[in-house]
Design a protein around this ligand. Structure first.
Ligand SMILES: CC(C)(COP(=O)(O)OP(=O)(O)OC[C@H]1O[C@@H](n2cnc3c(N)ncnc32)[C@H](O)[C@@H]1OP(=O)(O)O)[C@@H](O)C(=O)NCCC(=O)NCCS
Length: 170
């Protein structure tokens, strides 16, 4: 298993992976038009490239025998989508491809993020997760996150309610 930080050269791969995993996870919970609007807003190549160029944003790719198995994205400082406290680190995305689920890869990426947060002097890691994704909520609870509030997320034209979850970094 290898984990590496993505660079702007990975734009196409990261955009494709982001679109496909998001679609796969949430397609049954959204209308096709809302889903399409979100995918178009979140994953254009120029946007992904600028995220990969951002020093305060880190996208990690986990591969097993050269095959992509999972990825994650964390943000610090003003690259966080909300809160934006200097001691915080946001886990914005974490996706494990279907055939690799329940093999400890999600846990590995959480631990990897926490180690990076510690190195960067962050005191907590936070994330937001849609209330309608209970399996992710259960996973995060297993990983030591606790509820720290809620927020409204704009998905296309629809407003969705998220839990804000947080875990201290000691
Ligand atoms: C949520 C996700 C990242 C978990 O990754 P994973 O590699 O399957 O999880 P792991 O195998 O590392 O599991 C770690 C722990 O969480 C538990 N867990 C994992 N998925 C779980 C679930 N759906 N329900 C309850 N517990 C779960 C595991 O049992 C394990 O517990 P243990 O350490 O006591 O054995 C993965 O299922 C995924 O990519 N889901 C779709 C995308 C998604 O919803 N992302 C989050 C968007 S906010």
């Amino acid at each position: 298993m290898k984990i590496r930080r993505c660079t702007p050269e990975d734009t196409e791969l990261v955009a494709k992976l982001g679109r496909e995993t998001y679609y796969h996870t949430y397609k049954h919970l959204n209308t096709p038009s809302i889903m399409q609007a979100y995918l178009d807003e979140a994953f254009p190549h120029e946007k992904i490239r600028s995220e990969l160029e951002d020093q305060n944003s880190h996208t990690f790719l986990l591969t097993i025998e050269e095959e992509v198995a999972a990825f994650s994205k964390v943000n610090i400082l003003d690259s966080q989508t909300d809160l934006q406290e200097k001691e915080g680190m946001e886990l914005q995305r974490i996706y494990v491809l279907e055939k690799y689920k329940r093999r400890g890869l999600g846990k590995t990426l959480i631990e990897h993020s926490i180690a990076l947060g510690r190195e960067l002097g962050c005191s907590y890691i936070w994330l937001s997760v849609w209330k309608k994704n209970p399996s992710a909520v259960s996973f995060y609870e297993k990983m030591g996150f606790h509820q720290a509030g809620t927020r409204i997320f704009k998905m296309g034209e629809e407003l969705q309610s998220d839990y804000l979850l947080r875990r201290e970094i000691s």
